[in-house]
Design a protein around this ligand. Structure first.
Ligand code: SOE
Length: 400
C-alpha cells in the first residue's frame, strides 16, 4: 500500500456499513487521493458492521485498516475524524448526531433521514457542532449535471418553465423478488419515493437553483406481499408462516411540483419500469431553450438553444468529457467517459476540499432537510388525495 503523503494534515475516516453504498464509498476514499491532489491525507482507518467475520472480510476487500462491530465505538475512536454513514435510513440520525456531538465530520447517505423530524434534529446537531456535515446526493457530481447547472445559472435557457424528472428502475418488478430492508418502512422510511425520488428532487433543485414549493402526489404499492429470504433478518414486521412478509412502502411515486421560480415540475420514481435499470432522466425547458440528460448516457448533455435560427436549430449533443468540464481533467482524455462510481469520488474530493478550506461542503444537511420536506409533502398529498378527481362518474345513491 503506497504511503500516504505526510506534507498535509491527516483525515481519519470511519465508515459504518459496507453493502452497496459502503462499497461505492470505499472506492471513492481509495481513488480520490490517486486522481486528485487532495489537501488532506485520507486514512481509511476503520469500518463498522455487526458481524465481525463479515466486516473483517469487507475491510480486507475494500481497503479499511481496522474494524469495529459497534458503530458507537467507531464514532468515539481518536483516529476517526470523519464518520461516513452508509447504513439503512433508520440509523442515519443516531449515528450522524452522535458523530457530530463527538466533534467529527459526517458524510451521510441519502435520503438524509426517514422523517422530517429526524432531519431537523440532524440539522440542529450540525449547526451546533464544529464538524462538516454533507449528505450524499452523488448524482450532482456527474459532470453533465454540473454543466447543466452552470448553463441554467448563466441564463442559457432563460426562465425555467418545466422540469421533467424521472428515476426508473426495475429491480423489484418481479413479485418473487424477496423482501429487503428497502421495502420495510421502519428501516427505509419510504420506498421508491425516498430511495430514488429523493435523487430527482435534489437534482431538480440543484440544476435549476430553485426549490420545490408545493406538490400534488400519488403513491402506489403494486406488490403487497413478498417472499422472505432465509438470510433476511431485517424484517421489522412479522413474516407469515409460509415465509412471506408485508411490503410496507410505496413501489412508485408520481407527483407534480411548483418551482420557486414559477415553473412547473413533474416527477416519476418507480422500481417497476421493466427495462429501465437506472434511468435518471432530467429535462428542463426554459424561455430560451432546453436541457436534457439521461444517466444511462451519463457523459452526454443535450442543449437546445432557442435563439438559433429555426432552419438549423436542434438539440446539440455535448459530450461532457473535455478537460474544462467539471472534474473530468483528473481522469481520462476527451471521449473516454466516466461511470457511476466517479460521482462518489468527486463527492470525496469536494468533501475533503470543504473540510480543508473550512467551507461547508454541499449538499449540506440543510439541503437534505429541504429534500426531506418535499418527500414529506408528497406523502401527505398522496394520503389526502387532495386534488385527485375520479374520472368515472360517481354512482348516484339511487343506482347503488
Ligand atoms: C437503489 O435504488 C439504489 O441503490 C439507490 O439507493 C442509489 O441511491 C442509486 O444510486 C442506485 O440505486
Amino acid at each position: 500500500m503506497p504511503q500516504a503523503p505526510t506534507d498535509r494534515p491527516r483525515l481519519g475516516v470511519g465508515m459504518v456499513g459496507y453493502a452497496f453504498m459502503g462499497v461505492a464509498h470505499s472506492q471513492a476514499w481509495r481513488n480520490a487521493p490517486r486522481f486528485f491532489d487532495l489537501p488532506m491525507s485520507v486514512d481509511m482507518a476503520v469500518v463498522a458492521g455487526r458481524n465481525e467475520e463479515a466486516v473483517r472480510a469487507a475491510a480486507a476487500t475494500l481497503g479499511w485498516r481496522d474494524v469495529e462491530t459497534d458503530w458507537k465505538a467507531l464514532v468515539h475512536r481518536d483516529d476517526v475524524d470523519l464518520v461516513d454513514v452508509c447504513t439503512p435510513g433508520d440509523a442515519h440520525a443516531d449515528i450522524a448526531i452522535a458523530a457530530l456531538r463527538a466533534g467529527k465530520h459526517v458524510l451521510c447517505e441519502k435520503p438524509l433521514a426517514n422523517s422530517v423530524a429526524e432531519a431537523e434534529a440532524m440539522v440542529a446537531a450540525a449547526e451546533q457542532a464544529p464538524g462538516a456535515a454533507m449528505v450524499g446526493f452523488t448524482y450532482r457530481r456527474v459532470p453533465a449535471i454540473q454543466l447543466a447547472r452552470r448553463l441554467v445559472a448563466d441564463g442559457r435557457i432563460g426562465t425555467v418553465r418545466h422540469v421533467r424528472a424521472q428515476y426508473l428502475q426495475d429491480w423489484i418488478a418481479d413479485p418473487t423478488v424477496p423482501l429487503s430492508w428497502r421495502l420495510d418502512r421502519q428501516r427505509a422510511g419510504s420506498g421508491a419515493l425516498g430511495d430514488i425520488g429523493a435523487h430527482i428532487v435534489d437534482l431538480a433543485q440543484f440544476v435549476t437553483g430553485e426549490q420545490v414549493t408545493g406538490v400534488s402526489a400519488v403513491l402506489e404499492t403494486f406488490v403487497h406481499e413478498r417472499p422472505v429470504a432465509d438470510s433476511f433478518t431485517g424484517l421489522s414486521g412479522s413474516a407469515s408462516g409460509d415465509r412471506t412478509g408485508p411490503v410496507t412502502v410505496d413501489d412508485a411515486a408520481i407527483f407534480l411540483g411548483r418551482m420557486s421560480g414559477g415553473g412547473l415540475a413533474t416527477f416519476e420514481a418507480t422500481r417497476f419500469a421493466y427495462g429501465r435499470k437506472n434511468a435518471i432522466r432530467l429535462e428542463i425547458n426554459g424561455s430560451a431553450g432546453s436541457l436534457a440528460f439521461d444517466f444511462e448516457d451519463m457523459n452526454v448533455l443535450h442543449l437546445f438553444d432557442a435563439t438559433e435560427p429555426a432552419a438549423t436549430a436542434g438539440f446539440r449533443r455535448i459530450v461532457v468529457t473535455e478537460p474544462e468540464h467539471p472534474y473530468v481533467g483528473a481522469w481520462w482524455p476527451a471521449g473516454h467517459g466516466l461511470g457511476y462510481e466517479h460521482a462518489f469520488t468527486h463527492q470525496v474530493v469536494d468533501l475533503v476540499g470543504g473540510i480543508a478550506s473550512g467551507t461547508a461542503p454541499e449538499p449540506t444537511f440543510a439541503d437534505g432537510l429541504q429534500v426531506q420536506r418535499v418527500l414529506d409533502a408528497v406523502e401527505r398529498s398522496s394520503a389526502a388525495q387532495s386534488v385527485w378527481t375520479p374520472t368515472a362518474p360517481t354512482r348516484s345513491t339511487k343506482e347503488s
